[in-house]
Ligand binder design. Structure first.
Ligand code: FE2
Length: 132
């Protein structure tokens, strides 16, 4: 079953950003599938690393867009990106420390919540404001 269903609220109107948003949703769905299938810890850890890299690259793209348009909430949005990346690092550390070994649903939920919330709040405002 698809973990995060694509929602039109995730669309921004900027082709490169939308493409990456779709890729991130796919990555998170794949991660969830691996957790559900009870993949080995090393596999999950490696995949979390890939998710982290993809998210970092996506945030960098979004921050470039914000600077280009002189976005009024650039600092707040960038700070939130940094918090999200810290959260993913914490999740990765907790996973590697065995915290999620017997309750993977909590890991999926943690990732789902921060990701979807960010899309629906800060990203939605950003692209509404840009009017693209
Ligand atoms: Fe964002």
């Amino acid at each position: 079953m698809t973990f995060i269903k694509w929602d039109s609220a995730f669309e921004t109107g900027i082709t490169s950003v939308d493409h990456e948003h779709r890729e991130l949703v796919e990555l998170i769905n794949t991660l969830h599938g691996k957790l559900v299938d009870d993949a080995p810890v090393e596999v999950i850890s490696k995949f979390l690393g890939e998710v982290f890299v993809a998210i970092s690259a996506h945030f960098a793209l979004e921050e470039t867009v914000m600077r280009k348009y002189d976005y009024d909430q650039y600092i707040d949005h960038k700070n939130h990106h940094e918090k999200l990346l810290d959260d993913v690092r914490d999740i990765m550390d907790a996973f590697e420390a065995g915290k999620y070994a017997t309750y993977n649903e909590a890991l999926s939920q943690a990732i789902h919540d921060w990701f979807v919330d960010h899309f629906r709040t800060r990203d939605a405002r950003l692209y509404r404001k840009l009017g693209v």
